[in-house]
Design a protein around this ligand. Structure first.
Ligand code: S3P
Length: 175
């Protein structure tokens, strides 16, 4: 039974790499944010607006417990998922966790394009975005680092490199 769980900051490529990895392994792919949106018929941004971050985190934990029980899957979770409750411990108890690790500069470059739909970074200037990433990555790193595997994805900026990351990941996981 294969259960691979990808963690890491927003913009680290969890969804992109996760989808390709699942495709290569011929197993299902789940993205926790998408799953939440499908189950609740509300976007993540809408949930943040209506229930606040605390409300979102409760719901995120419940949905993690639902999805993480599925077998033969690759699951990419949200950037904050490992940092609340005992989520990281829970994920480690269920499968092969992988931290997709990238520098604040690389993350900022990826996120410049996708600020609007992410409530935590919406409306920030480029300088504010980089400062925010540096600060919150420092807080989150201790959680992400508890993953069983770490993959450096700093070079992940085009399709060829995504394929390389998937190859490295398969090698690391032995799948
Ligand atoms: C969040 C990351 C988002 C989403 C929500 C909060 C975070 O997921 O869960 O906006 O706290 O870092 P992605 O990492 O998939 O963008």
């Amino acid at each position: 039974m294969t259960r691979i769980i990808l963690v890491g900051y927003m913009g680290s490529g969890k969804t992109t790499v996760g989808r390709q990895l699942a495709l290569a392994l011929g197993i299902s792919f789940y993205d926790l944010d998408w799953y939440i949106e499908m189950r609740y018929h509300r976007s993540v941004a809408q949930i943040f607006r209506e229930s606040g971050e605390a409300g979102f985190r409760e719901l995120e934990r419940n949905m993690l417990h639902e999805v993480a029980e599925f077998e033969n899957v690759v699951l990419s979770c949200g950037g904050g998922t490992p940092c609340f409750f005992d989520n990281m411990q829970y994920m480690n108890s269920l499968g092969d966790t992988v931290y997709l690790k990238a520098s604040p500069e690389v993350l900022a470059a990826h996120l410049r394009m996708a600020r609007v739909e992410r409530p935590l970074i919406k409306g920030k200037t480029n300088e504010e975005l980089l400062a925010y990433i540096r600060e919150s990555l420092r807080e989150r790193e201790p959680f992400y680092s508890q993953a069983k595997h770490i993959l450096d994805v700093n070079l992940l900026d085009n399709y060829e490199k995504i394929e390389t990351s998937v190859r490295l990941l398969r090698n690391e996981l032995g799948v």
